[in-house]
Design a binder for this molecule. Sequence first.
Ligand SMILES: Nc1ncnc2c1ncn2[C@@H]1O[C@H](COP(=O)(O)OP(=O)(O)OP(=O)(O)O)[C@@H](O)[C@H]1O
Ligand SMILES: [Mg+2]
Length: 172
Amino acid sequence: MAEPAPAEDPVLTAESLTAGYNGVVAVAGVNLSVSAGEVLSILGPNGAGKTTTLLSLAGVLPMMSGRVTVLGERVDSRRPYRMVRRGMRFVPDDRGLFPSMTVREHLRLARRRPDKNREHLVFDRFPALAKLQSRTVGLLSGGEQQMLAIAMALLAEPRLLMVDEMSLGLRP
Ligand SMILES: Nc1ncnc2c1ncn2[C@@H]1O[C@H](COP(=O)(O)OP(=O)(O)OP(=O)(O)O)[C@@H](O)[C@H]1O
Ligand SMILES: [Mg+2]
């Protein structure tokens, strides 16, 4: 017998999402639904609107119309921290790191529970980061920065993870 679906499943929905900049529409009529455990890829050529869609889903860019829910709650771009509290993490295409801070400081910031050190999980996945912990982030290569950005999101043990340009700068 099937388990009853949790109240927050699907973890992400968009209905008729329209988004853009300064009143100019960049993407229109986006409908999608992501269930727990599911992976969804958004593919398209440069300028197709992938980043615009993700920014709206994450509540960074106010949507022009439509309805988006994240982890059971309607997205409100005036309060993006609410989705973060519920377990959403978003890695933007510019990675959102602090160039003058070290790798170690970033990883400490990202821990969801300060008492629980789960950084070994990150180093299992990205062994290169282990040796770079004292390095200032502005001195990392693009790929190393990408590893750190994804590592920070994973350390937070997210229930919904959205990554713009997941493999940017990473070798296969
Ligand atoms: N800040 C902005 N202000 C105005 N227009 C923008 C802005 N950012 C993007 N656009 C425009 O919105 C459209 C969609 O861009 P978007 O960045 O979402 O594309 P993308 O699919 O992520 O492309 P890429 O593969 O190059 O990352 C493009 O026509 C782009 O020129
Ligand atoms: Mg993009």
